[in-house]
Design a protein. Structure first.
Length: 811
């Protein structure tokens, strides 16, 4: 049990102000929105992209009374019932506490590092070991400096073994993670190219990753990555590979259509077994798991038996369209408190339906642990869900959850038989269950069908990109996110809900209709409309949308309309034309604008802005500077003329990066949010949308044949041709025909053949290994693809047809 007093000792604090030394602390929190047991929570004011000190007040309002801060906070001085611990570095303090707690763990601690496959190996080891051991695993992608510390905090001696994943992106980070995790056993998955840009070389990256295991007694790795010379002498190395000298030797692999047969040898005895995977990465991960299990003294026959039950798991939380106009959040592969909390946070972000349903399975160990029951109750009673469908044991406390409507089923089959009775409609449903409950059957029944092409939207990446740009602007500069054109093709309220949750200041759409869709999807942020039309004035008022005002004629029309409707001080955004020559008042018109504004009460200037025509182009820097200067002069005149101040904004994505002097009061972030790098600094951006389809049919054709309409696809050799279901009606431009377009299958690029049809096109896959059903990435490099047909990434993104299903995921 940790009290404030003990924590103060652990952190060796000199400075603190404590109202209650004996206050017990069970939860470490860093996000004021995510507090479940406020009295027992210790809030860490981390200073990352946003300064946690600004949210201390919010945390207090939610009942938190204990804080770790690195500077004085006026609010905390004004209240007396708080425990405030002052430290130099808040993250480090959190880590120190986590290390202290980690050292109380008496079970075995396994650290997992590597470029890819960490989460899969962690999850699979969890499954393989759980059959006879109590296993703890760090939740989802909690592998950063912060995530690892939080993972360790949840450890307890209830567990026999703990699996902790460690991820790094920069040199120097692993040393800190090693000090935190102090793994007794190491598992190294592989080394790839991810994040390579921050390291001098692949071997520098490898050396960095290996630091995690510096003091471990054993390491499990493939011999092709790690040789004995690379690790400290005290460490035992258990390798797998294709050499007879390897501890686990892979003698043969045979790929079948949906499975592979592996032949391995250990201690010169051969074993042959089948696994339900065919891809190279999964086979490598299986061998890593096999080697680990063997090191843990499990007999090969036992391991083989357990491996058969592994399934390729969806590691991500997915948001899909469901039947009855519902939204489904699919998280049907695991169930523990930490991952439930992540899913509920995600559910809380999604406001498109006011009704929210949670379908939840019983949890491992819940029946025997009152502490676990209490925590689960705390989590459930703080959610905004309207009803819960519980599958599993009937607990007395289920009937007492703050008036939450709970329906109980003893098994998944029971629930499936009654699915119609639940009448799922116009609601968001979170489906969260342990693996053995097979909740994917529920998801399958509730998902809306569509054709095989989907646009996957990675909401984590979107969030990452937002933080990336936010860190480039000062704290007092506001951020407006451009969600026009269906968020550059990636979706409307789904994306906007995330932006709202991430506390951007403003959203911008092109047309009033788009704004209406956002309001219907639960968006309450202020919304600017770029191209309002006089026939949408009523809509603007009804949905509280703020128009861009770009001409005297338009201003007069709007003022007249407001007069008729008795509205005063309606917020407008004045657009100045400093060189784009699209919409906007010319600088010479500002005087007239001032006069008009001063003669009325119907509108009030909320902001004034201009748009740069070439902020990303260094050859036009002089012109950009001219635009900025012209704007600054005109806006000063306007402000003085109307006698009050308003938000000033100029910078789009490229200008955020290249023109810090043009940040003014607010920036307008567009394409960068969606992961497209227009300024080649964007190696730090993450890819948000992936357009993918599958191979529908394969054909072997002699070179005398042609492919597609008008016999335009001429073969120059005997060829293998793949048909994929994406055509110009989906937004795949006809100019991508005749080999101009390149798609990616199993990590290899393949060209199109012949013309692009309306709903399909054909690829030349003669040179690669492929089978029907394989996944095809349509735009492996969107920048390259847009250059290939003489356009820009913006156009490719927004042209992806609305009939292509959007699937959102969150890791
Ligand atoms: C689209 C748009 C932006 C965003 O531009 P990006 O280059 O995508 O960042 C900013 N301001 C206005 C007025 C826009 O129309």
């Amino acid at each position: 049990m940790y009290t404030i007093d003990l924590i103060r000792d652990i952190l060796e604090l000199k400075s603190c102000e404590v109202a209650n030394y004996s206050q017990q602390i069970t939860e470490l929190v860093y996000d004021s929105r995510k507090v479940n047991q406020p009295e027992q929570s210790l809030f860490f004011a981390l200073t990352a992209a946003r300064d946690g000190h600004d949210f201390v007040n919010d945390a207090y309002q939610r009942g938190v009374r204990s804080f770790v801060v690195s500077r004085s906070v006026t609010f905390l001085e004004s209240v007396s019932d708080v425990n405030v611990l002052f430290v130099d570095d808040v993250l480090q303090a959190l880590q120190s506490l986590a290390v202290y707690h980690r050292l109380t763990f008496q079970g075995q601690l396994v650290g997992i590092a590597g470029s890819n496959g960490k989460s899969v190996v962690k999850e699979w080891l969890f499954q393989l070991l759980s059959i006879d051991k109590k296993v703890y695993q760090s939740p989802k992608s909690y592998n950063s400096q912060l995530g690892v510390a939080l993972s360790l905090w949840n450890l307890s001696n209830h567990y026999d073994i703990a699996l902790i994943e460690a991820g790094i992106s920069e040199p120097g980070e692993m040393e800190r993670l090693q000090a935190l995790i102090q793994p007794e056993i190491g598992v190294f998955t592989n080394i790839g190219l991810a994040h390579a840009q921050n390291f001098e070389s692949k071997s520098a990256k490898l050396q960095e990753k290996l630091k995690l295991f510096r003091e471990s007694k054993a390491l499990i790795a493939a011999s092709k990555y790690i040789s004995p010379g690379m690790i400290p002498e005290h460490m035992e190395l258990y390798q797998w590979g294709d050499q007879q000298s390897d501890y686990v030797c892979l003698e043969r692999v045979e790929l079948l259509s949906n499975s592979s047969v592996l032949q391995i040898s250990i201690d010169q005895v051969s074993y042959t077994f089948e696994i339900p995977f065919t891809d190279k990465a999964s086979i490598e991960n299986i061998l890593t798991c096999f080697t680990f299990m063997s090191y843990m003294a499990y007999a090969p026959a036992v391991i083989i038996e357990r491996l058969k039950q592994l399934r390729q798991l969806e590691m991500r939380l997915q948001l899909k369209k469901g039947i009855g106009n519902s939204s489904l959040i699919d998280d049907s592969y695991s169930n523990d408190l930490a991952s439930l909390q992540i899913s509920l946070d995600f559910l809380a972000q999604q406001n498109q339906h006011s009704k929210k349903t949670l379908i939840l399975s019983d949890m491992d160990g819940l029946a025997s642990s009152e502490k676990l029951q209490e925590k689960l109750r705390a989590i459930l009673s703080r959610t905004s869900i309207s009803r819960m469908i519980w599958v599993g044991t009937a607990y007395p406390w289920l009937s007492d959850l703050n008036g939450l409507d709970v329906t109980l089923y003893h098994s998944t089959d029971d629930l499936l038989a009654n699915l119609d009775v639940l009448a799922i409609k116009d609601e968001t449903v979170l489906i969260k269950g342990g693996r053995t409950y097979l909740f994917e059957q529920i998801v399958q029944r509730l998902t809306l069908r569509s054709h095989g092409t989907v646009l996957e939207i990675n909401l984590n990446a979107l969030s990452h990109n937002l933080m990336h740009y936010r860190s480039m602007i000062p704290n007092d500069v506001k951020l407006m996110a451009m969600v026009k054109a269906f968020s550059y093709g990636s979706g409307s309220f789904e994306v906007a809900n995330l932006l709202q949750f991430s506390k951007v200041d403003y959203l911008t759409v092109a047309f009033a209709d788009e704004g209406v869709e956002l309001r219907m999807g639960g968006i309450t942020l202020p919304i600017m409309v770029l191209s309002p039309d006089s026939d949408t004035f009523q809509t603007l008022l009804q949905y509280d949308l703020e128009p861009e005002v770009y001409s005297m004629r338009f201003l007069n029309q709007f003022i007249d309309f407001l007069k008729d409707n008795n509205r005063k001080a309606y917020k407008i955004h004045v657009k100045l034309d400093t060189g784009m020559h699209r919409l906007g008042f010319l600088p010479t018109e500002v005087e007239g604008l001032i006069d008009r504004l001063n003669q009325q009460e119907e509108v009030r200037v909320q902001s004034c802005f201009t748009h740069l025509v070439a902020s990303g182009d260094s050859k036009q820097d002089e012109y950009t500077q001219y635009q900025i200067d012209t704007y600054a002069t005109a806006v000063a005149k306007l402000e003085q003329g109307i006698g009050y101040s308003f938000i000033k904004h100029v910078a789009n994505t490229s200008a955020i990066v290249r023109w810090p002097q043009a940040h003014f009061d607010m920036v307008r972030l567009g394409i960068g949010l969606y992961g497209v790098d227009m300024d080649s600094d964007g190696s730090q951006l993450e890819k948000v949308s992936t357009l993918q389809t599958t191979v529908t049919q394969l054909k072997e054709l002699p070179k005398t044949e042609t492919v597609g309409y008008d016999r335009k696809g001429i073969l120059t050799r005997d060829s293998r041709i793949a048909t994929v279901k994406i055509g110009y009606a989906d937004g795949y431009n006809r100019k991508f025909g005749y080999g101009v377009g390149k798609m990616k299958i199993n990590n290899q690029l393949v060209p199109t053949v012949g013309t692009i049809c309306m709903d399909m096109c054909m690829l030349d896959v003669t040179d690669i290994e492929v089978k029907e059903g394989d996944i095809v990435e349509v735009f492996p490099d969107i920048m390259q693809a847009s250059q290939d047909i003489g356009t820009i990434p913006y156009e490719l993104l927004v042209n992806i047809s609305s009939r292509v299903k959007r699937v959102y995921y969150f890791e």
